[in-house]
Design a protein around this ligand. Structure first.
Ligand SMILES: Nc1ncnc2c1ncn2[C@@H]1O[C@H](COP(=O)(O)OP(=O)(O)OP(=O)(O)O)[C@@H](O)[C@H]1O
Length: 312
């Protein structure tokens, strides 16, 4: 299958600064790809070149296999771009804003009306669509900005830090919209410096720092780069030592130990093993009081690769 977006050796200089250095990756249909990196890593510069608002100094961008740059009209029509800055008319209602932008995109009245209803529902603003945008919260404005980016039914949706600084309700609405769009086959390129969000939303993540793509893959693949495993810590009523041999025999348990009221296990995949662990303890007559799972995460991966924390 041909990827919706394929970039090769994308490069950008600002004077002496190599802001993006031979960046390459691809995003498939229905895939959500996250660029994860700290401020200044080059995420915005990369996606500005991807969408064609910024000239590149080197490399190639293909959208649906077609060469794409700042002057490409045909490929630009395949992209929905939602920048960090809001571009809205505050005195108009959400629906009027959408009508205005729909007109700019060349949508005629009837299809526009239908599409506007669809995108309003997608970002969960339909109930407040006829209020002036001045009355909206920051998160609602961000959702309206996304709705505008969706008007032209993009094949590729590009979102630059869409949840930065928004309230939890809007954040959820945004993440759910992206998930629904992915189910419809939209390819999404997403930048964030929130590790949890990249983990929850993205099928694959590219870890970037100082203009470089340091590693990419699924969460599992990236965590697999670490020499770390999941850890399960159980607090039990009594008989901890008695349970240890039983636990060691469970498939997927690499190490088990315990004394007093605590048991600690090193396992392959904690979440899928928990029922077996708790079941085995029950059979051994050991009562479990609490369970804690510690999994290595993308933050640990970033730390491992760069030697520094993702957030300052
Ligand atoms: N127009 C510009 N002129 C000069 N330097 C720039 C320009 N735009 C960005 N830079 C620099 O390029 C580097 C990458 O910036 P970029 O905005 O792409 O990073 P980012 O990962 O998107 O960070 P943020 O999350 O803060 O947007 C930074 O060092 C930044 O200071």
């Amino acid at each position: 299958m041909m990827p919706v977006l394929e970039i090769t050796d994308l490069t950008k200089r600002y004077g002496d600064l190599l802001a993006v250095d031979h960046m390459s990756f691809a995003v498939e249909e229905g895939e959500t790809y996250g660029l994860l990196g700290p401020n200044g890593a080059g995420k915005t510069t990369t996606i500005s070149m991807v969408v064609g608002v910024l000239d590149r100094d080197g490399g190639e961008v293909l959208i649906d296999g077609l060469r794409h740059d700042v002057t490409s009209v045909k490929t630009k029509a395949l992209i929905g771009y939602v920048p960090q800055e809001l571009a809205l008319y505050p005195d108009l209602t959400a629906r009027e804003n959408l009508r205005f932008f729909g007109h700019l995109y060349g949508l005629t009245a009837r299809p526009a009306r239908m599409r506007i209803t669809e995108v309003l529902e997608l970002v969960e603003l339909h109930e407040r669509a006829d209020e002036a945008v001045t009355k909206y919260s920051g998160g609602m404005m961000r959702r309206l900005n996304i709705a505008i980016g969706l008007l032209n039914r993009p094949r590729l949706l590009v979102l630059d830090e869409p949840t930065a600084g928004v309230d939890p309700h809007s954040r959820n609405a945004i993440l759910e919209s992206v998930q629904r769009l992915a189910a419809e086959g939209v390819a999404t390129l997403y930048t964030t410096h929130y590790m949890e969000e990249a983990e929850r939303l993205c099928d694959r993540v590219g870890i970037v720092d100082a203009g470089h793509m340091l590693a990419e893959g699924t969460r599992r693949e990236l965590v697999g780069l670490l020499d770390e495993h999941d850890r399960v810590i159980l607090r039990v009523a009594d008989g901890a030592a008695r349970a240890v041999p039983t636990l060691r025999d469970l498939p997927g348990v690499l190490k088990a130990g315990g004394e007093d009221g605590d048991l600690e296990l090193i396992v392959n995949e904690a979440r899928s093993l928990l029922p077996a662990i708790i079941g085995a303890l029950g059979e051994a007559g050991v009562e479990v009081r609490s369970v804690e799972v510690r999994e290595p995460d993308l933050e640990s991966v970033f730390l491992h690769i760069t030697g520094k924390a993702l957030r300052d």
